[in-house]
Design a binder for this molecule. Structure first.
Ligand SMILES: [Zn+2]
Length: 433
């Protein structure tokens, strides 16, 4: 006897399948059996009433820090996966800058085992580009891929050496793995803790220019061209980077890019207005209004493929410090949808493009079998209430950490249910905490 679930009455938005309209989604034995306008539901078959809601493929986040192994006081694989499904994310890609770093099969296997035990979002590990993330020798890409890594990254740090980057691209190409890169030229960043500009001058904080990112983006476009390798630009923040990526894509260079909800919506002036709030400190930093405009345009026209959160949990001890000393990064999984939905509300991008940038586009960038409601695909999906208003209370997030600049803010839009492989992993009928 097969197990059936009907999700009825919702507005199904599945950009990969070209669907946008009220449909019934039929889930059978963990996979999508049908998405149709009219389907007769047999008596005694379970139904989820999605009227007034959106039904989308589960979101895919290419950039998440889960902190396990090594810094479980900030986040574990299980708590991160719980925050993910609470935010509508059913697939998350875990960065390797744990302690120890994920540069070998045993760390990859541990992350996968913890994710399987949690049984929430799918967690896909990323291996290091360089051994120990030291930027000196290449890690073993065959071993990492064999263990289950879907990409390579030294995220948190740039790959400073151009020759190492070249060899990494050549080596990764043999395994079909993309390189996800954190682009900040260490020399240009120097001791900068925020964006260089009038806001930094007023605050008396050291700044680093957007060109610190742009020069490395330009270098890696050149190296992608040289090697034929795949480069994915993480957390793009600068207008010059968007321009360079747009031009490279036009020429057919194999590059993809992501932008974070914060780089799409906040500026260095917001940081200034916050009064040295370290929940506005991240790397790359919040930039000028002009940069934000360029990143938004890039997302709307597809230069920037997708939205990724760069979910970076830190404890209070690491954030309640003076600005110079506080660690970089914010949590993002539970606020990404409402923060980005506001962009659609103000006409920056269409609702369809918003959903695409959180589902089909990230899946395509990393070649993942996710982000679609096609018949036969795993039933990974999110039910979202686009009208739900809520106030962000850091103490009530599912993440272990509450470092968010949206604390105390009223947001509109919330995930009400998430299914992974047809299983309800978040929502009514499920213990929330
Ligand atoms: Zn980064």
């Amino acid at each position: 006897m097969s197990e059936l679930l009907f999700i009825e009455g919702g507005r199904v938005i599945d950009p990969a399948g070209g669907v946008d309209g009220v449909r019934t989604v039929v889930v059978r034995d963990g996979t999508i059996a049908e998405v149709a306008e009219r389907v007769e539901r047999p008596r005694d078959v379970r139904a989820l009433d999605a009227r007034g809601r959106w039904v989308t493929p589960g979101f895919v986040d290419l950039h998440v820090h889960l902190r396990e192994p090594g810094q479980e006081y900030k986040e574990t694989v299980a708590t991160g996966a719980r925050a993910a499904v609470a935010g509508g994310f059913t697939t998350i890609v875990a960065m390797p800058n744990t302690r120890p770093v994920n540069d070998n099969a045993s760390v990859t296997e541990l992350v996968l085992a913890r994710a399987a035990a949690a049984g929430l979002a799918r967690v896909l590990p990323v291996g290091c580009i360089s051994r120990g993330q030291a930027g000196e020798e290449l890690a073993e890409y065959g071993e990492l891929k064999g263990a289950g890594c879907v990409a390579l990254s030294d995220d948190g740090k740039p790959v400073a050496s151009s020759s190492l980057m070249r060899r990494a691209l050549e080596y990764a190409k043999a395994f079909g793995l993309p390189l996800a890169v954190h682009e900040e030229d260490p020399g240009l960043v120097g001791k900068g803790v925020m964006n260089e500009g009038p806001a930094a001058t007023r605050l008396g904080l050291k700044g680093s220019p957007p060109q610190a990112e742009e020069v490395m983006v330009l270098r890696d476009i050149a190296l992608a061209e040289l090697t034929g390798g795949r480069v994915h630009f993480q957390h793009v923040s600068a207008a010059g980077s968007v321009r360079a990526i747009r031009e490279a894509k036009r020429r057919g260079v194999r590059v993809t890019a992501e932008a974070t909800p914060h780089h799409l919506t906040l500026t260095d002036e917001d940081l200034a207005a916050s009064g040295y709030d370290t929940d506005y400190k991240m790397a790359p930093p919040l930039r000028s209004a002009e940069d934000v405009r360029a990143v938004r345009e890039g997302l709307a026209d597809g230069t920037i493929d997708c939205i990724a959160t760069d979910h970076a949990p830190h404890s209070k001890v690491e954030k309640d410090l003076e600005f110079d000393a506080a660690l970089n990064g914010i949590v993002g999984l539970e606020t990404a949808f409402p923060v980005c939905l506001a962009l659609a509300r103000t006409g920056v991008l269409s609702e369809r493009r918003l959903v695409e940038a959180m589902t089909a586009s990230p899946a395509r960038a990393f070649g993942l079998a996710a982000g679609t409601l096609a018949r036969g695909a795993p039933a990974d999906l999110a039910v979202l209430d686009p009208a739900a208003e809520w106030v962000v209370d850091p103490g009530r997030l599912h993440s272990k950490s509450g470092n968010t600049p949206w604390k105390g803010r009223r947001l509109t839009g919330r995930c009400t249910h998430a299914l992974v492989g047809g299983r309800l992993v978040f929502g009514e009928g499920k213990a929330d905490r």
